[in-house]
Structure formats: structure tokens, C-alpha cells
Design a protein around this ligand. Structure first.
Ligand SMILES: [Zn+2]
Length: 340
């Protein structure tokens, strides 16, 4: 299987994240990509290539002012001198009936919805590298050059909305791929990260030609908390083209299997030409933040089940934060996808 890499991913490495009033090591770290690549190389059967930076691909799904903000804030951080000024963390978010953003602090809260998603000197380049890799994979699948392509990247993308970063995500890589493929026919995005793919839902919520389906931990108790509920079904022309399948904490294979079948059935009934699989290994039982209980072997079954749709597919790496389980989970999923 061809693997498209984000050669710039390590340019973004948050020094920590906030949890319960403390700063802890950031779960979303550069070692994630190395862990997966090492496991793929050991398993064999994968070829690796870089993608050229392509700013045009993010303009198709993100607001130009948001793209300009990320670029500008990264550049500002790059030129800042010490004292903690080389990273930007939002601390106050829009509130009240008439919020106005008139300065740097307000913009940080305007273009971001949580405190997990700082802007560092290398953030723009790293995020653009991931979007560019997803776009390249979509090009290959759109051209019929490959039936499946895997995008090995971080930071992840599926929480990034049209004009806001959040949840470690800046540009929505899966949406970039789906947007490109949608020029040729209907597209389904299947999100199997443990967290709701709120950004992808947000970007395509009023679109009838892009189905978004997400299977995830119940947002009543799991990030992103404010969306991912079963009654969010789309709006306008997109009504009925969004499916959320929330699962209780502790869900294992026995309960996950019918949820996945329901999601796959929704995709099949939509009759898309292409599939984008947003894959998060944070459903693994060893994941430090996921809360589900899927063993490594189940990811092979998951890959085979998705492959059963028979669709040309771009597979985009999203979350997965246990470095010991991450590579093996990706190998199992992609192995299941390729099994004949
Ligand atoms: Zn996740």
C-alpha cells in the first residue's frame, strides 16, 4: 500500500497540555508518526513518499481569514524571542450577545474552541503538510492510480472546523481529501476515531453530496462534549447526510461490531463513489484518553469490514495516543484492508 507522509509533522510539538489545572505532557506528540512508520516498515508491504506543500487544498474547506490567521500567528511565534511568547494559547472565548474580536487575545479565542490546540512556530507548516498529504492521496485515488492510499500524518485533523482549530487539529485532512474527491462524485467520510469528528461534520453539514458518519464515545462524557449526538442529522440539503453513532464508555468488540455495521450500512445506502476513512487508534483498550476497549486484533476485523464496501478509499490517520499500541493497531487495520 502506498503511504503518503507529512514530512513537516515534527515542526509542531506542543510543550504540554492543560488538564485539571495542571500542565501535563501533550498526548499528541511527534513520536506517534515514528511509532506507526516503524511498525509499517517492520510489517512490510508499504511504500513511503512525501507530498509537496499545497496551500490551495486548504482553501477549499477552510475560511480564508482562518487560514491567514494560522499562517500569521505561526510566523509571529517564529519571530518571537523567548519568555513563552513563541506559542499562542487561547484563554478567553467569544461570549455574550455581541462578541467582537479586536486584538490578538480575542483572535486566539475566535479561531480556536479549546485549550488543547496552541499555535507554535511550526504549526502552520506541519498542518499544511498533513492537508497536502491527504490531498495527494485523494489525487491518486481520484485518478484511479490506487484503490487505497494511507495518509500517515499528525497533527490530526477531524476536529478542525471551517474556521476554528481545536482538539489538536488545525486543518481538516479528511475533509480536504473528501472535498477533492467530491468533484468526481458522491463521497462518504467514515470516522472511526474514538472522538466525534465534529470538524468534518461541521464542514459538510449542509451538503447532500458528502455523507459524514462518525462512530465514537458518547460526547456526554468524552471530548468534544458539545457535538456527536445521535440526533445531529444534517441541515438544509444535507439533512439526513450526517450519522452519529455514540457508544458508552468501556465499549468492547461485542458492542462495537453492530455499531460499525450500522455505520457501514449507512455508507452503502448512500451509494458513494469514494470513501474517506478517518482512522483513530484511540479506540484501543490501552489508549490513555479514549475509554473504549478494543484489542489490537479487532482493528484487522475493522479494516476488512470497511474494505467490504468495495470503495476507492483514502485512509487518514487521526488520533491514537498509546505509543505501544498505535503502530500495531495501524498495521492490523491496514492489513485487514488489504487482505484478499
Ligand atoms: Zn481521537
Amino acid at each position: 500500500m502506498r503511504v503518503i507522509l507529512n514530512s513537516r509533522h515534527a515542526d509542531h510539538a506542543a510543550p504540554g497540555e492543560f488538564e485539571a489545572g495542571a500542565v501535563i505532557p501533550c498526548h499528541e506528540a511527534p513520536g506517534r508518526c515514528g511509532a506507526i512508520r516503524g511498525a509499517l516498515e517492520a510489517a512490510g508491504g508499504f511504500t513511503f513518499e512525501d507530498a509537496a506543500q499545497n496551500e490551495g487544498c486548504v482553501a477549499a474547506v477552510h475560511h480564508p481569514a482562518y487560514v491567514a490567521y494560522l499562517r500569521g500567528a505561526s510566523a509571529e511565534a517564529r519571530h518571537a524571542k523567548g519568555g513563552g511568547l513563541n506559542s499562542f494559547w487561547p484563554t478567553v472565548f467569544p461570549f455574550g450577545p455581541n462578541p467582537r474580536a479586536r486584538g490578538a487575545h480575542a483572535l486566539r479565542g475566535t479561531y480556536c474552541f479549546d485549550v488543547y490546540t496552541p499555535i507554535l512556530p511550526g504549526t502552520f507548516g506541519a498542518a499544511l503538510g498533513g492537508a497536502s498529504a491527504a490531498f495527494r492521496a485523494a489525487e491518486l485515488v481520484a485518478a484511479g492510480a490506487e484503490k487505497q492510499v494511507y495518509v500517515l500524518t499528525r497533527p490530526p485533523g477531524h476536529h478542525a472546523e471551517h474556521d476554528r482549530c481545536g482538539g489538536y487539529c488545525y486543518f481538516n485532512n479528511a475533509a480536504v481529501a473528501a472535498q477533492h474527491l467530491s468533484r468526481l462524485g458522491k463521497v462518504a467520510v467514515l470516522d472511526l476515531d474514538v472522538h466525534h469528528g465534529n470538524g468534518t461534520q461541521h464542514i459538510f453539514y449542509d451538503r447532500a453530496d458528502v455523507l459524514t458518519v462518525s462512530v465514537h464515545g458518547d460526547p456526554a462524557g468524552l471530548y468534544p462534549f458539545f457535538s456527536g449526538f445521535a440526533d445531529e442529522t444534517g441541515t438544509g440539503a444535507g439533512l439526513g447526510a450526517n450519522v452519529n453513532v455514540p457508544l458508552p464508555p468501556g465499549t468492547g468488540p461485542h458492542e462495537y461490531r453492530p455499531a460499525l455495521a450500522r455505520a457501514l450500512d449507512a455508507v452503502a445506502r448512500f451509494r458513494p463513489e469514494f470513501l474517506v476513512l478517518a482512522f483513530g487508534a484511540d479506540t484501543h483498550e490501552a489508549d490513555p484518553i479514549g475509554g473504549l476497549k478494543l484489542p489490537t486484533g479487532f482493528f484487522g476485523e475493522m479494516g476488512a469490514a470497511v474494505r467490504g464496501l468495495g470503495l476507492p478509499t483514502v485512509i487518514v490517520q487521526e488520533g491514537g495516543y498509546d505509543l505501544g499500541a498505535l503502530g500495531a493497531s495501524a498495521v492490523a487495520l491496514l492489513g485487514g484492508f488489504e487482505a484478499r
